[in-house]
Design a protein around this ligand. Structure first.
Ligand code: DC
Length: 233
């Protein structure tokens, strides 16, 4: 059976991908799949169990008995890992780097990529991450690569963390974002990079709704079967 359309959104941390992808999915009536949350979830699990990230065999064993899924509770997607709701726990400031480190390990990428393909296999989905358009869904119907200046991305991250009650210095966040960029772009497997056929958008001086509108314009211009079901809210 032919699947429904897939929209792949990739880019470095702090480029506004999550908010944009979530709003775009709402406008299209599609499922939103946050693959960064999945890496954070496995990072949380390995750390809690004291499994060293470089020990592939121990990670293999951990993954064999792991369960990870999204569940809707009160209209919000929650991430459940081995029975624990980790949605808020994985947003702690240190969890970005934990996820970035564990995402370089082969068994982890293999396990999560397979799960992501399964989640998106029927289409009608917006998937957001680092390798959606290059590795997980290279045949996605629409591919986007969102970027922004390092300063702007650090500012957005700091605001996000501030909203959650974690006070952080802008310089510290900027350093963390740079380290994560380096980590994610230089790993051997599925490094962060723009797919050749992705539309690149620099969001530095754009608002969230400007980015969403731009994506919708690109999707319409690209043709295919995607229908926008709701107007801007
Ligand atoms: O999008 P995020 O900040 O929640 O992602 C956390 C880390 O997970 C990111 O630094 C790299 C990794 N990641 C990945 O390697 N591949 C993805 N598709 C999504 C995230």
């Amino acid at each position: 059976m032919k699947r429904g359309p897939i929209v792949a959104i990739d880019g470095p941390s702090g480029a506004g991908k999550s908010t944009v992808a979530k709003q775009l999915a709402e406008r299209l009536g599609y499922r939103y799949i946050d693959t960064g949350a999945m890496y954070r979830g496995i990072g949380w699990l390995a750390r809690g169990k004291g499994v060293p990230f470089r020990a592939c065999d121990s990670l293999d064993a951990l993954l064999k008995s792991a369960s990870l899924f999204f569940e809707e509770r009160n209209g919000k997607a929650r991430l459940i890992v081995n029975g624990t709701d980790v949605t808020d726990l994985i947003r702690k400031p240190e969890m970005g780097m934990v996820a970035s480190d564990i995402s370089a390990i082969e068994p982890v990428r293999r396990w999560l990529s397979a799960l992501q393909r399964k989640l998106g296999e029927q289409g009608n989905a917006v998937l957001e991450g680092r390798d959606m358009g290059t590795v997980v869904f290279p045949d996605a119907d629409h591919k986007f690569f969102l970027t922004a200046s390092i300063k702007e991305r650090a500012k957005r991250r700091a605001e996000q963390l501030g909203d959650k009650g974690d006070a952080v210095e802008l310089d510290t966040v900027m350093e963390e974002v740079s380290r994560r960029d380096w980590n994610d772009s230089n790993r051997a497997i599925a490094p962060l990079r723009k797919a050749d056929d992705a539309v690149e958008i620099d969001t530095t001086s754009m608002t969230i709704s400007e980015v969403v509108e731009r994506l919708i314009r690109e999707i319409r211009a690209g043709g295919g079967k995607i229908e926008v079901i709701s107007q801007e809210s």
